[in-house]
Design a protein around this ligand. Structure first.
Ligand code: NAD
Ligand code: DAU
Length: 351
């Protein structure tokens, strides 16, 4: 069995924690190093079940600091990077774009520089795997899908920063022969997602009997994927994907926001033993998000055909599992919604 030292960045966040768990449990021959700066969305409580595993180590630090990264590369001799650390919320990028440039663009370039320096020009068995988003492609009209050939056309500061990081990864591949793969995924949902994104925010608000702020007319469309299925896709792409290529990952699962929110409310009414339609009464249409992308939908046929990946969980199952997780993890929810969260909520929804 091949030994590998794998650096996973952003492993204390939502998707990263599911990827860390999968790799630590499945690949005992790999040493998994989780580098995370524990920003507002990073939470070591997400990884309590793996923290004492022999093949796991947490490294506290920011990808924005080149010295920190170089020291870790020197000490732990990583031979692969799975890069998830990022500022990830569109609304925050509208309020403060610069933080997105710092982490998503400069932080990624810091990591690329370290990989280039420590791997040199002989990059045998090395891989820089960059986790990106479908938002780099911009927005779709009523029909069509994003393919790996769709030109980049980002509309928010978040997606512009992710697009920029993708371009840097590709450029390091072309210019310095750095072995890389990029995957661009659609909207994830599931346990451990910070309650600023649509699904966990609305679950939190239904529990607290607070309004459910639907932006604009609610007719915006997203393609939803259960986070564990994204982690499985990342595992496959990491081990079997072709170098210097891109893979689109999606749920084959488009929903208009308002329909999704109605379904979520029905599930929550049942789980909370509420009267039919009680939670839906909390729906409140509010001012739209500026530059709001109308529709995202991924054509995931490349990963399906080349790597035989497809989602294992239906949306109804995944949503029910997600609701159950939040209802069973009240302390987690309480801890992440105290303190600074209240300030964020007030600025975003009450000013
Ligand atoms: P998240 O916000 O839950 O987690 C981000 C993690 O990165 C946190 O643990 C945070 O502490 C860490 N981090 C932030 N800045 C850092 C820095 N400077 N140095 C070190 N660590 C830092 O985000 P997520 O939803 O898990 O997204 C993970 C990645 O997947 C991101 O790159 C995102 O663009 C991408 N992505 C997300 C989705 C989605 O639907 N959530 C879909 C496609 C792609
Ligand atoms: O497509 C992948 C992207 O999905 C990821 O790259 C991002 O990291 C992730 O945040 C997500 O971006 P979205 O902007 O699509 O996700 P969000 O959960 O913020 O919003 C989903 C939809 O719900 C979107 O149309 C906006 C709407 N919305 C969101 C919030 C937070 C509301 O109507 N009200 C809200 O309060």
């Amino acid at each position: 069995m091949i030994k590998r030292n794998i650096l996973i960045t952003g492993g204390a966040g939502f998707i990263g924690s599911h990827v860390v768990r999968l790799f630590v449990n499945k690949y005992k021959n790999y040493n998994i190093y989780n580098l995370d700066d524990l920003t507002y969305s990073g939470n070591l409580e997400n990884l309590l079940d793996v923290e004492s595993s022999q093949n796991y180590k947490f490294l506290k630090g920011s990808i924005n600091d080149a010295n920190v990264i170089n020291n870790f590369f020197e000490e732990y001799e990583f031979d692969a990077v799975i890069h998830l650390a990022a500022e990830s919320h569109v609304d925050r990028s509208i309020a403060n774009p610069f933080a997105f440039v710092e982490t998503n663009v400069l932080g990624t370039v810091n990591l690329l520089n370290a990989a280039k320096k420590y791997w040199g020009r002989n990059c045998v068995n090395k891989l820089f795997y960059h986790i990106s988003t479908d938002e780099v492609y911009g927005t779709l009209g009523e029909t069509g899908f994003f393919t790996e050939q769709t030109p980049y056309d980002p509309n928010s500061p978040y997606s512009a920063s992710k697009a920029s990081s993708d371009h840097f990864v590709r450029a390091y591949g072309e210019t310095y022969n750095l072995p890389y793969i990029i995957s661009n995924c659609s909207n994830n949902y599931g346990p451990n997602q910070f309650p600023e994104k649509l699904i966990p925010l609305f679950i939190h608000n239904v529990i607290a009997n607070k309004p459910l702020p639907v932006y604009g007319d609610g007719k915006y469309t997203r393609d939803w994927l259960y986070v564990v299925d994204h982690a499985y896709a990342i595992d496959l792409v990491f081990h079997k994907g072709k170098l210097q290529e891109t893979y689109n990952i999606g749920g084959f699962n488009e929903w208009q926001n308002i329909d999704l929110v109605q379904l979520l409310c029905q599930i929550m009414d049942k789980k909370l033993d509420r009267k039919e339609d009680e939670s839906a009464k909390l729906i409140s249409f509010v001012k739209d998000r500026p530059g709001h992308d109308k529709r995202y939908a991924i054509d995931a046929s490349k990963i399906k055909e080349e790597l035989e990946w497809e989602p294992s969980v239906t949306f109804e199952e995944g949503l029910e599992r997600t609701v159950d997780w939040y209802l069973n993890n009240e302390i987690w929810l309480k801890n992440v919604t105290s303190g600074k969260y209240q300030e964020y909520y007030k600025n975003q929804y009450q000013s």
